[in-house]
Ligand binder design. Sequence first.
Ligand code: AP5
Ligand code: MG
Length: 215
Amino acid sequence: MNIILLGPPGAGKGTQARHLVETRNMVQLSTGDMLREAKSSGTEMGNMVAGVMARGELVTDEIVIGLIREKLTGDTKGGFIFDGFPRTLEQADALTRLMADEGQTLDAVIEMRVDDEALVDRITARSTCAGCGEVYNDNTKPIPADGKCTSCGKENEFTRRSDDNEESLKTRLMAYYKQTSPLIGYYYAKGMLSTVNGLGEIAAVQREIANVLGD
Ligand code: AP5
Ligand code: MG
């Protein structure tokens, strides 16, 4: 099964994707994670996108479509979770074409709906385990007192993203409403859209997504 998690910054896409990887053996394809990896390993493309990402703007369609194209071949395990891709109509059309080329179909698009106020609180309180990518939140999922990650068990560094500040978040939200939210109508018209309440607790959102996936 191949699905898209669609939602604004901080909606919980990454958190839910990690759960689906563990419980359904799916493959998470997060263009944000791929771009951050390119940035930290200092590739030419990574250096090119660093400023754009820090400001909260979208990188070019060409770059992210190229990243996704590379990942669609090989072992698909329990299917793909597209996390943070597509983000424009052009990316959505490209994904349809790429999937068709690989003989794959897209099965569901899950919109995670969360209001803006909660997003600011979530984003400014987020940190991530540098070792395994587990996502934490100062208010709802704090780093354990012993400093060991609950997922990998190691005493790693917990990092904050350079775009997780109120200023960049405004730009990210604007980009979401202007460039990405038209995809809600796009997938609704294709009969593929389901909406879940992303404001619920993490476990409640997991259950709603499981329902959509027919578990
Ligand atoms: P990307 O990394 O995709 O960031 P984003 O879309 O802004 O989303 P986030 O990762 O910030 O949020 P999330 O929904 O994953 O939430 P999370 O689970 O972490 O993109 C970053 C940048 O890369 C973009 O701005 C752009 O520059 C570029 N980019 C990426 N893809 C691109 C594309 N396709 N095209 C062009 N440019 C692209 O949760 C957030 C916090 O909330 C955490 O602390 C978590 O613990 C907490 N939380 C989660 N769920 C709940 C819950 N139910 N209740 C309470 N707290 C919760
Ligand atoms: Mg994410």
